[in-house]
Design a protein around this ligand. Structure first.
Ligand SMILES: CSC[C@@H](O)[C@@H](O)C(=O)COP(=O)(O)O
Ligand SMILES: [Zn+2]
Length: 215
């Protein structure tokens, strides 16, 4: 493989992450949530490294060769491959929450439309939905789950700063939308992160349906 692993990271550990990313990406692509090479996925390997999708690859056709190693500053490690253009949003999660192991970013139609519809409010307020309980830490439909919508930019430090500002304000953050772009969410395991993504997709679709029906 063209990926050289540093001491301390075994090929078994790297391939386990790569295989989990490849499998998740195939499933999410089959749902139509990763159109036209969009989306990116990562998994933490240790307190200083993560495996992440190489930029520009078709996320429905990934193999181990499409996954590379980065450090938590977003630098490629042991490869000349170019990591996802949005690597900084992944490493931000791993640096802020040491317990988080997985970051998933997709571009479904529902996520994209919802992000545009709620962009002016800057937040989607979810309340009264049973499926909010699929988000770790939520135990009742009566809770309020706020998903911020940040303005899109191709300048990653700006996006990172918007996320930081939300966190610095002391507001809980389980996921965010980027206007006209897609969603980011994360978790302690791949299963938990996929559950978050699936629940959020469902909740956003319900909110869009409500608006359509009450128009
Ligand atoms: C193909 S448009 C989508 C990209 O601009 C980007 O938002 C994205 O999700 C994928 O970028 P990538 O660099 O492949 O990780
Ligand atoms: Zn994207």
């Amino acid at each position: 493989m063209s990926q050289v692993l540093p001491e301390g990271i075994s090929s078994d550990a790297f391939f386990a992450c790569a295989d989990a990313i490849v499998l998740a990406a195939k499933d999410l692509a089959a749902l139509g949530w990763t159109p036209a090479t969009s989306s990116n996925f990562s998994m933490r390997l240790d307190d200083a490294h993560a495996a992440i999708t190489i930029s520009g690859r078709d996320k429905g056709k990934l193999s181990r060769a499409d996954i590379m190693l980065i450090d938590l500053s977003g630098n490629a490690v042991g490869t000349d491959a170019r990591p996802s253009a949005e690597t900084a949003l992944h490493t931000q999660v791993y640096r802020y929450w040491p317990e988080m192991q997985v970051v998933l970013h997709t571009h479904s139609r529902t996520q994209s439309v919802a992000s545009r519809l709620f962009a002016t409010q800057g937040v989607i307020r979810l309340e009264g939905w049973e499926l909010q309980k699929a988000i770790t830490g939520f135990h009742t439909h009566e809770s309020v789950l706020e998903i911020p919508v940040f303005p899109n930019t191709q300048h990653m430090p700006e996006l990172v700063a918007q996320v930081d500002a939300w966190l610095d304000a002391g507001k809980p953050l389980h996921a965010y939308l980027i206007d006209g772009h897609g969603i980011y969410t994360w978790g302690r395991t791949m299963a938990e992160t996929r559950r978050h993504l699936e629940a959020l997709e469902f909740l956003l679709a319900c909110e869009l349906d409500l608006r359509r029906l009450s128009a």
